[in-house]
Design a protein around this ligand. Structure first.
Ligand code: DOR
Ligand code: ZN
Length: 395
């Protein structure tokens, strides 16, 4: 069957006979540059069987997986072991998802970064502590990691929240509840960390990728840095685009993640930054935790929300509301991540129906944690088929 592409061209797809091609538009399958699929060590939250099904369900055929596992992925031996486990899990379900892995930076693993340079998509540096025990808060140690990555031509991806500010705020809010999460990890923590990271990128010439930008302040810094010609790229998550801090009241810990949800003003700055090219990619930061864990009283409730199978419908719905063009969606979810990380394009597609109206429901999700902060959101625009290596999966 011939299917129209978002650029008004045509592609041939071998769809089932009951498919109705006239309602479908082909987009390149999505690349999610930021997932936590939890292998090894927390497969009760997610593994690559459930993660790959969730990816396909969301129109995603390529993922970059984060290293804050148990054990943390900080050496070549641990990385090799992880890759072996992932391959086994994907073989079991026969979904050869395209996958890339981050190595976690520590204060003393520069030789391991060197050893892993051809096996990884980049180095992840937690400037502030989050889920897991990866943290490099010391400026000199951060600098050495930036230098090493510049020398090896590896992207440094930073979780930009300043650890000193977070720790000071924790002391200021000893009785904190969930609605204080954003005060414990304030805009300033993100701003100061982004400023340091940009400074280090200027000094070392490294390619810097700022994960989950969430504040107007980061956006200003990144816009300025890009003007200066620094190689800095910015990611935004769907939860920061579609939720704001008022969600604590309705969702409780299901709205808890790092960096936290921000104000409406910050959210507007993110949308503006999408449309003026300051933001380069959408990464879901798909970070499943069980509902049981989420029901623990703050601060024992873990930070993180799932997102890989809901971000395409959220973006298509935003498109239907006139907030974003299809070209921009493709740029953010496909073209830019490939370009920034130097990957080849493949011919995977996602076929979407822009007119379908459907409701996100926890019970329909493939992620093992089986909940979404967007549960019961009615959206217009849904993926119908995901095509991975020429094989068609009905969504
Ligand atoms: O909210 C978050 N969850 N932020 C992170 O930095 C880590 C992630 C996780 O792994 O749960
Ligand atoms: Zn993350």
């Amino acid at each position: 069957m011939k299917i129209k592409t978002y650029q008004n061209l045509e592609v041939e797809c071998d769809l089932p006979l009951d498919a109705d091609p006239k309602n479908l538009i082909a987009l390149p399958a999505l690349v999610d540059p930021h997932v936590h699929f939890r292998t090894p060590g927390a497969e009760y939250k997610e593994n690559w069987e459930s993660g790959a099904l969730a990816a396909i369900n969301g129109g995603v055929t390529t993922v970059f997986d984060m290293p804050n596992n148990t054990p943390a992925i900080t050496t070549e031996v641990i990385l090799d072991e992880k890759i072996k486990l992932v391959n086994e899990q994907l073989t079991k379900i026969n979904i050869p998802l395209h996958r890339y892995f981050y190595l976690g930076a520590t204060t003393d693993n520069l030789p391991e970064i060197e050893k892993c340079k051809n096996k990884i998509i980049g180095v992840k540096l937690f400037m502030g502590a989050s889920t897991g025990n990866l943290l490099v808060a010391d400026y000199e140690a951060q600098k050495n990691i930036f230098k090493k990555c510049a020398e090896l031509n590896l992207v440094v991806a930073v979780h930009a929240e300043d650890d000193d500010i977070i720790n000071a705020q924790k002391n200021n809010f000893p009785e904190a509840t969930i609605s204080d999460h954003g005060k414990i990890r304030p805009n300033r923590a993100a701003q100061i960390a982004a400023q340091k990271a940009i400074h280090l990128a200027r000094e070392t010439g490294v390619t810097l990728y700022i994960l989950h930008t969430s504040t107007a302040q980061e956006i200003d810094l990144i816009r300025q840095a890009k003007k200066e010609g620094i190689k800095v790229f910015a990611e935004v998550t769907p939860h920061h685009l579609f939720l704001d801090e008022t969600a604590y009241g309705t969702l409780g810990a299901k709205a808890q993640m790092n960096p936290p949800l921000r104000s409406k003003n910050d959210q507007n700055a993110l949308w503006e930054a999408i449309n003026d090219g300051t933001i380069d990619t959408v990464g879901t930061d798909h970070a499943p935790h069980t509902l049981q864990e989420k029901s623990l009283p703050y601060p024992n409730s873990p930070s993180g929300v799932p997102g890989i199978e809901t971000y395409l419908p959220l973006l298509l719905d935003a498109h239907n509301k006139g907030k974003i063009t299809l070209e921009k969606i493709v740029e953010l979810t496909h073209t830019n991540p490939l370009k920034i990380f130097g990957l080849e394009k493949n011919n995977d597609l996602v076929l979407v129906d822009l007119n379908e109206i459907r409701t996100i429901k926890n019970e329909n999700l493939k992620t093992k944690c089986r909940w979404s902060p967007f549960d019961r959101w009615e959206l217009k625009g849904w993926p119908k088929y995901t095509i991975l290596n020429n094989k068609i999966y009905k969504v």
